[in-house]
Design a protein around this ligand. Structure first.
Ligand SMILES: [Fe+2]
Length: 1021
């Protein structure tokens, strides 16, 4: 091993061994033209600059991902990155390097160039020093500082590093002038901006900015500063044609993020796929094309000229329930999974049914259908190839920008600069090498040319990146092996506790009339096992176990007037208003007891109250005999409707319409607002105010990994005007305004802590235990407890007492900025007090408060997000279980539409009427592909059972290891819970009609892909 050698001649020097490791791919000029300077902690002196070009050439090696290999799932390709090793000549009295400075020079042609630096290691005679960098270095940055991994509170910073600590923060903060300038690619400046980037060009594309408006309070996002559209100050100019909105290099997805797809698929490939499908079906011509980056649009148009698989549009409606299940027809056939329900209609109703099993005409298959009747939206090979190329280009990220330089001569002659063109040898461990078949060509206009064919083949040959994989729909777990589950009322209630949206249910402790509801005792008395509504409410209000539970989604009604005005304006302008219909609704549940044992046996929906903009007008629809107040709707009583097979469809439709509303709130509030949007300003403030040396930054940065990237992409393609959410959710153009309304009304930071969240919803007894079998709460509270105890131990390593917390200037600057800049609207506009929003006023003054603040952030980024994100495909791809879109208003008794539904012949004829209310096939395929993408874990996902690689201090690493152990133990505990039939909400159904569906969403580990489990540290998809 290389040690320190005291030179015998001239000034005393020592030779140190040094290395730079990166998880980025080895391309053209990667890992070259870097210089390094060492700052000595004790002497405050700097070494002279060493060029790494004198070191061994960059070589490929398995990246850090390989040390955390998962069970199964991943194919042969691993997170390979590059490494450089060499020697540094340092003054002999350098003992403790505190920081290194690194500079990247432009390419030989003078073009900007970047490198990703993972970790830097310096080795003296007797010690190894780690410098966790995790950062892109650009030739436009000048010298960048990377500190050795020891954590220091600001007051404890070694004197030799104080200036560098401050200077680095100032660079990230910018000045009051630079922070508002338009961002350029290599910029590292973090500042705040409203959501003024949701509008799209063209008529009808305007969406009001969210944030900084008392009517539309919202958290801030990362500033891009493209300036306002002339005449519309709250509408940011779109990015230059073909460009993605700016994002700092350090926030971008890694090259190898996804096993199947990553969030970048949202911005180009997925809209392109939908454009192909729409064009092939001649539907909604060109609307998707307008969303695409220019380059992609050209490709799509080009291919469209020659590729039309079908002449007819997809059907406007599903024909029957079987027709919906046919989305999974091919997978069901391949795997022998039966998806056909057996008890869909009550016994004896069968004689009245018609139309089952109508055969396909094999000579004239319906559009987008196989000969066996399964839906098949996969693209033909030319279209798929065009999109796959785009996916490959997206995956290269910042490296693509810099892949213009020539490989260094040394590297080229060493022949170790390319990825293996074929699948990697799975037995390879450590360095792997392969020769280039066509080397990168600097300056070539084509991406393939610049990258070299070996890299290109590696990017495009991976079959898991084929867009058609995304358009293949496996049987979702809510259906798989349990075809009778989705329509059972017991399953409907179970999903409120263990489904994709377990965060909305509340204990009912008030009579419904007290909050304006029309639900009364007579609607539900047959369900209450001898009790009355009044008795149960009074008992719960008095502290007894609640037996009635409520999900209340009346908020969207706030936008009815505005929606109607916009629809009217569209009509006047000769445009078709949106086909979505917005409902407000409530669902009342009863916690049923086993009559024999008295034990809880199921949570059952017993009354659903729904209203839509026409409900309160009377007259035209003849809905209610007496006008309803705006706070009330039509009540659909389970006991009244399920008695007859004719009205059973009404009950099922009421459930579907309410679930659709619940699905909007899930996506916009529980998911996007409470995790994605809420967390972004916490990171912006942390980058600006807390040094990477800060122990809290080291603890928390893993919880923000890739969050800015996925949010940027979501604003570009998911939640923007005309984006996927608006097109496929009933909230339509009001989707994000709904999120803002609920944020303004209900959001508090204090209420995001899981125990507080559950307490506010009345779900805990006086001992802090959930009243009922509530898998999300039970597994979630264990996750919360493990996080809290880990953070307590960690924080006590660095803060000796409360005073140390209060005097931490970086921490307090961060907290103040979060409260005033990032989440300032609620207090600034008088919607709530500081105490209400944050739980305490002023600075963080106690260690306990700090632990609670950090645990709340970590919980939102990990457990809360995982619980509402990774079940999306397995619950909502079955649109019979959750249709995001409702296209017609829920009919009320006496209306013609009600009669049409109840009078239709049982079986497919009635189901066909039913399906005219829910998503059409074209909307459905968009939802399915999107939720499949959103539910997938990346190949390099970082889950809570894996180490935080920002930590270097031994005691901190030990605390982290204990936490990892706790996560593993919790996983085993959850398995045990899932296997116990007494846990009715996770085991199966009281009705016994279906196989169990274990609750796995809070199990920390997961292989890549759609797994319905796994808790990543951060919101990254
Ligand atoms: Fe998400």
């Amino acid at each position: 091993m290389t040690g320190a050698h005291h030179g015998g001649h001239g000034p005393e020097v020592a030779i140190w061994k040094a290395s730079i490791e990166s998880s980025a791919p080895l391309l053209g000029d990667t890992g070259t033209r870097l210089e390094i300077v060492v700052i000595d902690l004790e002497t405050d002196r700097r070494s002279s600059a060493t060029s790494v070009d004198a070191w061994r050439p960059p070589m490929l090696e398995a990246g850090p991902g390989s040390s955390t290999a998962r069970s199964g799932g991943s194919s042969g390709s691993s997170n390979a990155g590059w490494k450089r090793e060499g020697r540094l000549t340092l003054p002999a009295d350098f003992c403790t390097p505190g920081a290194v400075l690194i500079r990247k020079s432009p390419t030989q042609e003078g073009a900007p160039s970047v490198d990703y630096i993972g970790t830097i290691k310096l080795v003296s005679a007797n010690r190894v020093f780690h410098f966790p960098a995790h950062s892109w270095v650009s030739s436009e940055h000048g010298w960048r500082v990377f500190f050795e991994g020891t954590a220091y509170l600001p007051a404890a910073t070694p004197p030799s590093l104080v200036d560098e600590r401050l200077r680095e923060l100032q660079e990230l903060q910018g000045t009051p002038t630079t922070r508002t300038l338009e961002r350029r690619p290599a910029d590292r400046i973090y500042w705040y901006q409203t959501y003024d980037d949701l509008s799209s060009p063209g008529d009808g594309g305007y969406r009001p900015a969210l944030g900084a408006d008392p009517r539309r309070p919202y958290p801030r996002r990362l500033a891009t500063n493209r300036g306002a559209t002339p005449g519309t100050p709250d509408r940011e100019l779109p990015p230059a044609k073909g460009d993605k909105p700016w994002l700092p290099y350090d926030e971008q997805f890694s090259f190898d993020k996804a096993a199947d797809f990553n969030g970048d698929t949202l911005t180009a490939a997925l809209p392109a796929a939908f454009a192909f499908i729409a064009e092939a079906g001649d539907q909604r011509r060109l609307t998707w094309l307008n969303l695409l980056p220019t380059a992609v649009r050209a490709v799509v148009r080009n291919v469209l000229r020659t590729v039309f698989r079908y002449a007819e549009p997809p059907a406007a409606n599903f024909d029957s329930f079987e027709d919906v299940l046919a989305f999974f027809g091919e997978d069901a056939a391949v795997r022998g999974s039966n998806t056909s329900p057996t008890h869909l209609y009550p016994a004896g109703a069968g004689a009245a049914m018609k139309g089952f099993g109508a055969p396909q005409d094999p000579n004239n298959p319906a559009p987008f259908k196989t000969a066996t009747g399964a839906w098949d939206f996969r693209l033909d090979s030319a279209a798929a190839a065009a999109i796959n190329d785009q996916i490959a280009a997206d995956r290269v990220g910042p490296v693509y920008d810099s892949a213009t330089g020539a490989p260094s001569n040394a590297a080229a002659t060493a022949g170790v600069t390319a990825y293996a063109a074929t699948a990697a040898d799975p037995s390879a461990n450590g360095a792997r090498a392969a020769t280039i078949s066509a080397p990168p060509q600097p300056g070539t206009p084509s991406l393939i040319g610049r990258l070299g064919s070996a890299v290109w083949r590696r990017l495009t040959n991976d079959p898991s990146h084929d867009i058609n994989n995304l358009l293949y729909f496996p049987v979702p777990r809510v259906l798989d092996g349990r075809p009778d589950a989705w329509y059972a009322d017991e399953e409907y209630g179970r999903q409120a506790l263990a489904g994709f949206h377990p965060t909305a249910i509340t204990a009912l402790k008030q009579l419904p009339q007290e909050f304006g509801s029309a639900i009364r005792g007579e609607h539900i008395k047959a369900e209450l096992q001898g009790a009355t509504l009044e008795e149960l409410v009074a008992a719960a209000a008095g502290g007894a176990k609640p037996r009635l539970y409520l999900i209340d989604h009346w908020d969207l009604s706030a936008y009815w007037a505005e929606a109607e005005a916009e629809a009217e304006a569209a009509r006047k302008a000769g445009k078709k208003p949106t086909s979505a219909v917005q409902h407000a609704g409530r669902c009342l549940f009863y916690l049923r007891k086993d009559e024999a044992t008295g034990e809880d046996s199921a949570l059952v929906p017993i009354a659903i109250e729904l209203a839509h903009p026409g409900t309160h007008k009377g007259g035209s629809n003849g809905a209610a005999a007496a006008p309803l107040p705006p706070t009330a709707g039509v009540v659909y009583s389970r006991s009244e409707l399920v008695a007859s097979p004719k009205t059973l469809a009404v009950w099922r439709l009421a459930k579907a319409v309410f679930r659709s509303l619940d699905s909007s709130i899930h996506q916009l509030v529980a998911h996007f607002n409470r995790t994605h949007s809420t967390l972004e300003p916490f990171l912006i403030a942390m980058r600006r105010q807390m040094s990477i040396m800060h122990p809290v930054a080291k603890l928390m940065l893993p919880h923000f990994r890739y969050t800015l990237n996925i949010n940027r992409n979501a604003r570009a393609s998911l939640i923007n005007a005309g984006g996927i959410i608006e097109k496929t959710f009933s909230a339509g153009a009001f989707a994000m305004r709904l999120a803002s309304a609920v944020y303004g009304k209900s959001w508090t930071f204090k209420g995001q802590a899981l125990p507080e969240d559950l307490r506010e919803r009345g779900m805990l007894d006086s001992a802090g235990k959930p009243w009922l079998d509530y898998p999300f709460a039970i597994d979630g509270l264990d996750t919360w407890a493990a996080l809290t105890s880990y953070f307590e131990e960690y924080i006590s390593l660095y803060y000796k007492d409360d005073e140390a917390v209060e005097k931490d200037v970086e921490l307090q600057a961060w907290w103040t900025e979060v409260k005033t800049e990032g989440h300032g609207d609620l207090v600034a506009f008088g919607l709530k007090t500081e105490q209400q929003v944050w739980g305490f006023t002023g600075p963080i003054a106690k260690r306990g408060d700090l632990v609670n603040v950090l645990a709340t952030i970590a919980w939102l980024a990990s457990g809360h997000h995982a619980a509402v994100n990774f079940g999306q495909y397995d619950f909502t791809s079955l649109i019979l279980n959750a249709s995001s879109l409702v296209r017609r208003p829920m009919p009320a008794p006496g209306e013609p539409a009600y009669k049409k539904l109840t009078d239709a012949a049982l079986g497919p004829p009635q189901e066909k009427v039913f399906m005219t209310y829910l998503a059409d096939p074209f909307s459905a395929v968009q939802v399915l592909a999107t939720v499949k993408l959103l539910s997938a874990h990346a190949r390099d996902e970082h889950t809570l059972d894996e180490a935080n690689d920002y930590l270097v201090d031994p005691a901190a690493c030990a605390a982290n290891r204990s936490f990892i152990d706790a996560m593993k133990q919790l996983e085993a505990a959850i398995e045990t819970r899932n296997a116990n039939p007494a846990n009715w909400a996770r085991y199966g159904l009281a009705a016994g009609t279906a196989a169990p569906l274990p609750y796995t969403l809070l199990m920390a580990s997961s292989p890549p892909g759609v797994t319905m489990r796994g808790v990543p540290y951060s919101v990254s998809i």
